[in-house]
Design a protein around this ligand. Structure first.
Ligand code: ADP
Ligand code: 5GP
Length: 202
């Protein structure tokens, strides 16, 4: 069965994308699943190869790129990231919606390749709250945080091409909004399917 859609979830680093997606999949496991991307960055404490990312060398990334395995790739924070076609297929084939938790350049490229995909941008309640969240995560050095903060304005500029905007103030509320977007988007075009069931034609 293949009825799922591709949803891109983007937003500044530390806004809560990962948290929203993991709550969504924990509470609604039948609704959607996230892909595992390839990255050339080193794993953070607790990150597992094949679960959080496929951690690969630059050379391995080049090989995969040459073999045409990526739906999209991006160079960011001096590292490379890429979405594998095989990951998207795997989830669509299971009948679920696909969530790509990726940054905006990649998101806009996905929309070009898959026009039916849906772009969702997550916003912090304020810039101060965003800084606090990045600090509370404690996974980046002060230099890495500075690089990421410098990109926030540019990231907001790129979000102009996005279709849905969700403020992640209260986490449960944000999760429910993202869930509603997925459900509503799934109903688009449903009329054709129902007509086919009733009359055997679109
Ligand atoms: P991202 O994936 O966007 O980089 P994370 O999901 O890692 O962000 O979240 C960054 C930090 O913010 C984490 O410590 C997380 O627990 C916290 N966080 C996420 N959502 C909220 C929220 N609604 N309110 C307060 N803190 C949050
Ligand atoms: P992090 O290093 O914090 O895991 O991710 C850094 C940024 O890269 C985040 O904005 C994340 O969403 C994005 N990202 C992760 N995987 C991919 C990917 O496959 N493609 C793109 N374009 N961005 C990705």
């Amino acid at each position: 069965m293949r009825s799922g859609k591709v949803f891109v979830i983007s937003g500044p680093s530390g806004v809560g994308k990962g948290t929203i997606c993991s709550v969504l999949m924990r509470d609604y496991p039948e609704l959607a699943a996230t892909t595992v991307s390839v990255t050339t960055r080193a794993p953070r404490a607790g990150e597992i190869d094949g679960v959080h990312y496929y951690f690969r060398t630059n050379e391995e990334f080049d090989e995969m790129l040459k073999a045409g395995m990526f739906l999209e790739t991006v160079d960011k924070y001096t590292h490379r990231y890429g979405t594998l076609y095989s990951e998207v297929e795997r989830i669509l084939d299971s009948g679920k919606n696909v969530i790509l938790e990726i940054e905006m350049v990649g998101g806009l490229n996905v929309k070009k390749r898959i026009p039916e995909s849906v772009l969702v941008f997550i916003l912090p309640p304020s810039l101060e709250a965003l800084t606090k969240r990045i600090l509370s995560r404690g996974s980046e050095t002060p230099e890495q945080i500075a690089v990421r903060q410098a990109q926030v304005e540019e990231e907001f500029d790129l979000s102009a091409g996005y279709e849905y905007f969700v403020v992640n103030d209260d986490l449960t509320d944000a999760v429910e909004k993202v869930r509603s977007i997925i459900i509503a988007e799934g109903l688009k075009g449903e009329g054709k399917e129902i007509k086919k069931q009733y009359f055997g034609r679109e």
